[in-house]
Design a protein around this ligand. Structure first.
Ligand SMILES: [Fe+2]
Length: 251
């Protein structure tokens, strides 16, 4: 099974730039690279901050691009996104409970994409409704591996400027994941940095953005942007293994 993970497009108005970069051109280059080399992907997940502004116009730019793609793309929301505007353009990406999340069954297990957007806040949150949905989706897959995608990292990574903007109150989430017992990996975005490790024994990979990045700083309480190359990941999973390859698709 091959999954592609992309994060943080940060699209702006047509023709606009963000920190001197063109987010739409970066998105296009990223998707073109995936289309050229991974047309066989079972699923492509974009883990939120699709838009910088949350404007409906930015989701139209995204819709126009992915309508030209044959890739099976699942979209998620981040703190910069506005759920209502996203839902207007992408009604098919919304779950029945009104959140942009999904459970997708593939040959090697179930992919679950979570909506951690807490409207208007930088931090993420899983409310009771979303936790109940997740519990149900995990129980349905109780005999199968689960691969979890979420915009906000589930816990801290020892970067003070970024850790304060993570998921609030992660313990109910971890209780559900541990009760399932076979959550193979958590994939996240939000930090605009490449970080891997494990939380409570569950491995994770956090990706850079396709646009701008944040500087590695273990001391400062404030974020500094930087311009390390953009990336996406190629995830190869079978019954006994899960491998994450990182590809920098542009300099
Ligand atoms: Fe972001």
């Amino acid at each position: 099974m091959k999954l592609i993970h992309i994060s943080d497009f940060h699209l702006v108005q047509a023709g606009g730039t963000l920190l001197g970069l063109d987010p739409a051109a970066r998105m296009d280059a990223c998707l073109a690279d995936v289309e050229a080399h991974h047309a066989d992907a079972d699923l492509v997940v974009v883990s939120g901050d699709l838009s910088e502004t949350g404007g409906e116009d930015t989701y139209r730019i995204l819709e126009e691009r992915i309508s030209r793609s044959k890739l099976p793309i699942r979209l998620m929301l981040g703190n910069h996104d506005i759920r209502e505007n996203f839902a207007t353009v992408f009604p098919g990406q919304m779950a029945e409970n009104g959140f942009a999340q999904a459970a997708i069954d593939l040959p090697e297990g179930r992919v679950i994409t979570l909506d951690t957007l807490d409207d208007g806040k930088v931090t993420g949150r899983l409310c009771d409704s979303r936790l109940a949905w997740l519990k149900e989706k995990l129980e349905e897959a109780k005999d199968r591996p689960v691969y979890l995608f979420m915009h906000h990292p589930a816990d801290k990574v020892h970067l003070p400027a970024l850790d304060v903007f993570g998921l609030l109150d992660p313990e109910p989430l971890f209780a559900l994941l541990k009760a399932h017992g076979d959550v193979r990996h958590i994939f996240a975005g939000h930090l605009h940095r490449l970080v891997t490790g494990n939380w409570q024994g569950i491995p994770f990979t956090i990706l850079r953005s396709t646009n701008h990045q944040t500087a590695l700083d273990f001391v400062s309480p404030t974020t500094t942007n930087c311009f390390e190359p953009p990336m996406y990941s190629i995830i190869l999973a079978d019954r006994d293994s899960l491998i994450v390859h990182i590809h920098q698709f542009a300099d």
